[in-house]
Design a protein around this ligand. Structure first.
Ligand code: ZN
Length: 324
């Protein structure tokens, strides 16, 4: 009897998914709720730098599907894959998923030089900070799962579609989605035309969700620590005064810090946003210098206890950064 139960359980957990980061684990769970999902980095860890330890390699050794952001974000991922000895999930194999395929990229460098910081040579990989990118990630995961498990491909596709509908409701509000449909709203918002469209039709009061909750973000002057925030900034219309780390991954010079402090004063910027995994001493020094406050926010799902999944993660960001 116990053997039979174990067998049934094993069937239900047929797919073994490993995701590099918690946001990917959360979205994978939406696409494949019954799968076994292991996440390599914790939400409180810097996603760029993780030690590719034998323990991580062992987690990947039996995976059917491996999901990473790619675009050079997880600098440790290649060594984990090299050490895992699992041919099914090597780059280019059916079990390998690059979550950022088809995501419209921001900050793609025009010319690369070491002096500019060479951390994000393929463009900004922090795509999950725009909720409109999350459904694209879900589609990529569904496609990968479908390649490995074709019998359930239609289910994965349907789950990704349901996730997109949930994201639309959380971003635009239920009422507006029911009225206009998620596809049209996404298209207008991507093109930067949603706000004027709603205004012209007298529909602005119907807007809900994160765009309404984050209304205070529009035009708000903010300094960020690392250049992770381009997608969030673009979606919510934040007025970015600058970055403490002016070149990604390189410690800022004193002259840059002075210029930034002057810009903060000139533009009335009183908010410095930093992800919880960075050393926040420099942010506090600058905040004291100009009379600003430091908002320590999660950089990923599970980065703080309240951010249990992608939805509560975005809730936390919008509310923390929008609050004066
Ligand atoms: Zn980065």
């Amino acid at each position: 009897m116990i053997a039979v139960l174990l067998l049934l359980c094993n069937n239900a957990l047929a797919i073994d998914i490993v995701a590099t980061l918690p946001y990917l684990g959360s979205i994978a769970h939406e696409v494949a709720p019954t799968a076994k999902i292991t996440t390599l980095a914790r939400g409180s860890e810097d996603p760029h730098f993780l030690s590719p330890t034998p323990a991580l390699m062992a987690k990947v050794g039996a995976a059917d599907v491996y999901i990473e952001t790619g675009m050079g974000l997880e600098l440790w991922s290649e060594r984990v894959l090299d050490g895992a000895g699992n041919p099914k999930i090597r780059v280019g194999q059916p079990g390998y998923v690059k979550a950022t395929d088809n995501v419209p990229r921001l900050d793609v460098p025009v010319n690369l030089s070491r002096a500019q910081g060479d951390m994000h040579p393929e463009g900004n990989p922090h795509v999950w900070l725009d909720p409109l990118n999350a459904p694209i990630v879900a589609d990529n995961i569904a496609a990968g799962l479908g390649r490995v498990d074709p019998a359930n491909a239609a289910t994965y596709t349907a789950n990704a579609k349901a996730f997109r509908a949930k994201i639309d409701e959380r971003l635009f509000g239920k009422e507006l989605v029911a009225f206009m449909g998620g596809d049209l709203l996404e298209r207008l918002e991507r093109g930067g035309k949603l706000a004027p469209f709603l205004e012209s039709k007298g529909l602005t009061p119907k807007l809900g969700g994160w765009l309404k909750d984050g209304a205070a973000l529009r035009g708000k002057p903010v300094v960020f620590y690392h250049q992770s925030w381009s997608y969030f900034i673009a979606r919510f219309g934040v007025d970015t005064v600058g970055y403490i780390e002016d070149r990604p991954g390189i410690a800022p010079s004193a002259s840059h810090r002075d210029e930034l402090a002057a810009a903060m004063k000139a533009r009335g910027c009183t908010t410095i946003v930093i992800e919880s995994f960075y050393d926040d001493r420099l942010a506090h020094v600058m905040a004291e210098q100009v009379g600003a406050t430091v908002d320590v926010v999660p950089g990923n799902v599970e980065g703080v206890p309240a951010a249990t999944d992608y939805f509560s993660f975005m809730d936390t960001l919008v509310h923390e950064i929008a609050t004066p």
